[in-house]
Design a protein around this ligand. Structure first.
Ligand code: URP
Ligand code: ZN
Ligand code: ZN
Length: 459
């Protein structure tokens, strides 16, 4: 069915205009004033609303075997939560561990999503070892439309790669025209600091941050940049959390290294005192890199508004309270991760745009347009233009609500952002022209989501 969205204020990077949007066959076919529509068209009045391109979360974990357990969401629960929060596409990390075969892992991750996601999705392929089969397998995965890799410099002996493996991965990525995303922390230092702290009887969640201090992240970021520089590959630092790591990435950018930066919503809003709360309350806020000292939050907001931080993702990774208690005797066994897929857009709008920290267009850029451009989805996704997929968020800036695990849709029994007041939320969300969400409720097709095939572009 055709769809006409009337009288909204369309916000894209570089333009704001009051206009109507007409959608047919999943795509935007007309944009203009006072558009008419053939009989049978569904008409939505967007008077007083902002109309954004569907938001893209460039970093999520849905299926994730990790730290002796599994992240809680399925593609069904995760995609519905995403859509209610205005995210119409997410990119999931395929994360086989070092003992697994990459191609088998890729097929397994794909099978978990197929027919289950209510929003569109793509994958980053983690390279967690580099053996003789790796180049052939990665070529096959890229040919299947997954044109971005992921490496972990941390999580020694599980996901983590050695410097030698990082080198070979980046060389191959350069040949294939693939961007490489990286979790940048020094694995050896983390392992040694963890052992030291535990041997001193320091076992609670408050010791998670001291076991992975800012300098350890800065070293990982700097080393990744140096490897990019010497392989001429293009890289993307995921979930950057602190000023020293930011300085390392920006210094590299300054000398011409092709490096982009993502931070994730917890690092803009939560500081390390959340993880210092006693017992399971602290454990709920354990993620890596860890929540940091408060002054970093302002540093990240300013860098984001200036476009020095390119994107804002979530690193969505839900573990419930019972799972977090796996770490009750040692912070090193607390499953790392905080959910965020449902709240990213509303939190960024409320605490960024509404608080005057983030220009409206930069908000759209960081949470939609730039992820689309960096990961080969633009202009199909990430903008409102003729020919683009009709993934649209009709946003109500007058809405007021409170984030709570009691009302959220993520499959988890807590929210890291419990009690935060949001000033705005999507009132209608469409995926390729089909209304999937209305006023905070999922009203659409559960299996509508498609895997997005992406061409390599970094030659
Ligand atoms: O704490 C986190 N970030 N958990 C998920 C795995 C990762 O490092 O992205
Ligand atoms: Zn990570
Ligand atoms: Zn992650």
């Amino acid at each position: 069915m055709a769809l006409l969205i009337k009288n909204g204020e369309i916000v894209t990077v570089g333009a704001r205009e009051k206009a109507d949007i007409f959608v047919e066959n999943e795509t935007i076919t007309r944009i203009g004033k006072d558009l008419d529509a053939p009989p049978g068209t569904e008409v939505i009045d967007a008077t007083g609303k902002l109309v954004f391109p569907g938001f893209i979360d460039p970093h999520v974990h849905i299926y994730l075997p990790f730290m002796a357990t599994f992240a809680k969401d399925t593609h069904e629960t995760g995609s519905i939560a995403a859509l209610i929060g205005g995210t119409t596409t997410y990119i999931e990390m395929v994360c086989p561990n070092r003992n697994d075969d990459a191609l088998e892992g890729y097929k397994l991750w794909k099978s978990k999503a197929e027919g289950k996601s209510a929003c569109d999705y793509a994958f980053h392929m983690s390279v967690t070892k580099f053996v003789k089969e790796t180049p052939g397998e990665l070529r096959e995965i890229v040919a299947d439309g997954t044109s971005s890799f992921k490496i972990f410099l941390s999580y020694k002996n599980f996901f983590g790669v050695t410097d030698e493996e990082m080198y070979h991965t980046l060389r191959l990525a350069r040949q294939l025209g693939v961007i490489v995303t990286a979790h940048c922390e020094n694995a050896e230092l983390v392992a040694q600091l963890q052992n030291k702290l535990l041997s001193e009887g320091k076992t609670g969640p408050e010791w998670h941050e001291p076991s992975r201090p800012e300098s350890v992240e800065a070293e990982g970021t700097g080393r990744f940049a140096t490897f990019l520089e010497n392989t001429k590959a293009t890289g993307y630092v995921v979930h950057l959390s602190c000023e020293p790591a930011l300085k390392a990435a920006l210094a590299a950018k300054e000398r011409g290294v092709k490096i982009f930066i993502e931070s994730v919503i917890p690092h803009f809003l939560l500081d390390k005192t959340y993880a210092e709360r006693p017992g399971v309350e602290g454990m709920k806020h354990v993620m890596s890199p860890p929540l940091r000292a408060k002054h970093n939050l302002g540093v990240l907001w300013r860098a984001l508004n200036r476009g020095l931080i390119d994107t804002v993702g979530t690193d969505h990774c839900p573990f419930d309270a019972e799972q977090k208690l796996l770490g009750k005797d040692a912070f090193t066994t607390i499953p790392n991760g905080i959910p965020g897929i449902e709240d990213r857009v509303n939190l960024l709008y409320t605490f960024g745009v509404k608080r005057g920290r983030l220009e409206l267009e930069r908000f759209v850029d960081a949470a939609s347009t730039r992820p689309a451009k960096l990961f080969g989805l633009f202009p199909r996704k990430g903008t409102i233009a003729i020919g683009s997929d009709a993934d649209l968020v009709i946003y109500d800036p007058e809405y007021r609500g409170v984030i709570s695990a009691k009302t959220h849709h993520v499959n988890n029994d807590y929210s890291g952002f419990e009690g935060m007041v949001i000033e705005g939320r999507p009132s209608v969300v469409t995926v390729r022209g089909k209304v999937q969400v209305r006023d905070g409720k999922f009203v659409g097709d559960r299996g509508r989501g498609r895997m997005l095939k992406r061409e390599p572009a970094y030659f």
